[in-house]
Write a protein that binds this ligand. Structure first.
Ligand code: SF4
Length: 428
């Protein structure tokens, strides 16, 4: 007998991509996918453990879900459930914990039926999950796990060894999403740059992108986070094809060489600078974003100042900064020189201010320009029409009024005003 199922996700785009895929699998087996926990008999939560705050949020969300639907069976999966299965299994309402290594068979474990083939999957438009990227943009997992040893990283412990899907399978998935009307697919993975390495595919990520550009026709392909190393010679030349979005997220984590060495990151100021120069040369107008950890063990005032100077030079469009979070099982908490939380908070505020200024500068460059926008949804309505929001390929958030609903279309807009991280414009 089928059950009404509600799916939700915390954390990264990889988690979103997984939960959307699970939702399509349930729908194909005639499990109604409902839009709120209150209506559900079965609840799936993809948890996160990237920081201590994320584990707390995951526990809180599981409790909220149980309160919303006390009789529903909750299935917890994802990184927090993987790392702390016993704790998660004790939480009220949690019937079952599925670790990351068995997530691919979650639907099979819950329903007792074989997971449906790709072509049996239904689009989510009629039953969107809250975690879904919306009907316009799909997050597609192509790779999982990581073999690097970054000393702060709990994700590699929670996700296991690097493993990739085959190019053929990914092509079929993208063709499927294209046939469902998606305008953009975001390729996600724990370590995308290692795509195909596990089965000996040479130039893996480059090969995947080149094949997708040839074998599919949807307007936009975007990469989620890409570790800033091991990118093939000529990788950025692929962006000669305008269907690849001019947006790269290269997580640097620190702009100081000594800190990067303690983090066991496989980059340095010089290597990162060279990579960014190559990327900017090949991709004009590139939107470049990054992640930065502040208050990593041993980060002195001088190291932080060096990091700040370097990221200022790099002129990122956006920086996602996080205070260091000690995660059990990782090496970093054992390093000398723990940074006081109030010092980390001050550094965080400094980086966030720098990021906001960089973002405003980048956005304002486009005032007076006309750019194509993928309109993702309606935020409201007034006498001026429906207020739509969308993204340019270089990741500018844009809003416009239109007399009719224009969601899921790529239409040009003339950009006229900037305020609070958004550009406002008129359809041209
Ligand atoms: S490369 Fe990324 S996922 Fe892999 S260990 Fe380092 S931070 Fe973690």
């Amino acid at each position: 007998m089928t059950k009404r199922v509600y799916l939700d996700s915390l954390g990264c785009r990889l988690n979103q991509g997984e939960i959307n895929h699970l939702a399509r699998q349930f729908a194909a087996l005639d499990y109604p996918v409902v839009a709120s926990a209150e209506e559900a008999e079965l609840i799936i939560l993809n948890t996160c453990a990237v920081t201590q705050g994320a584990t707390k949020d995951s526990r809180k969300r599981l409790r909220q879900l149980h309160r919303a639907s006390p009789n529903a069976q909750i299935i917890a999966t994802g990184c927090y459930a993987h790392l702390e299965a016993a704790t998660v299994g004790q939480l009220p309402g949690v019937a079952h914990v599925v670790d990351n290594l068995h997530k691919d068979t979650l639907v099979n474990q819950v329903t007792g039926q074989a997971p449906p083939k790709l072509f049996d999957l239904e689009p989510l438009q009629r039953n969107p999950t809250p975690a879904s990227g919306g009907p316009t943009r799909a997050f597609l997992k192509v790779q999982d796990g990581c073999d690097n040893l970054c000393t702060f990283c709990v994700t590699r412990l929670a996700r296991g060894k690097a493993r990739s899907r085959s190019v053929e399978e990914v092509v079929r998935d993208v063709q499927f999403l294209e046939a469902q009307g998606y305008q953009e697919v975001v390729l996600t993975g724990v370590n995308l740059v290692a795509f195909g390495e596990d089965y000996g595919l040479e130039h893996g990520l480059k090969t995947l992108l080149a094949t997708l550009l040839q074998a599919t026709h949807l307007p936009r392909l975007r990469l989620s986070s890409v570790e800033p190393w091991n990118l093939d010679e000529g990788f950025f030349q692929l962006w000669e094809n305008p269907r690849l979005c001019r947006h790269l997220h290269l997580p640097l984590q620190s702009g100081c060489d000594a800190t990067l060495r303690r983090m066991l990151r496989r980059t340095s100021q010089a290597a990162f600078r060279a990579l960014v120069e190559q990327a900017r040369q090949a991709i004009p107008e590139l939107a470049l974003s990054t992640d930065l950890i502040v208050g990593f063990p041993g980060e002195t005032e001088a190291e932080f100042a060096e990091s700040l100077a370097f990221v200022t030079q790099m002129d990122f469009m956006k920086m996602h900064a996080f205070p260091f979070s000690a995660r059990e099982g990782t090496a970093a908490p054992r390093l000398r020189g723990l940074v006081a939380p109030e010092v980390a908070r001050e550094r965080l505020a400094t980086v966030q201010a720098l990021s906001e200024a960089g973002e405003a500068r980048y956005y304002q460059r486009y005032l007076g320009c006309t750019l194509p926008v993928l309109w993702e949804g309606v935020r409201g309505a007034s006498e001026a029409g429906f207020l739509h929001m969308g993204l340019t390929d270089n990741y500018l958030k844009v809003e416009t009024h239109a007399p009719q609903v224009i969601s899921n279309q790529v239409l040009p807009v003339h950009l006229e005003r900037y305020a609070n991280g958004t550009l406002f414009g008129s359809l041209s």
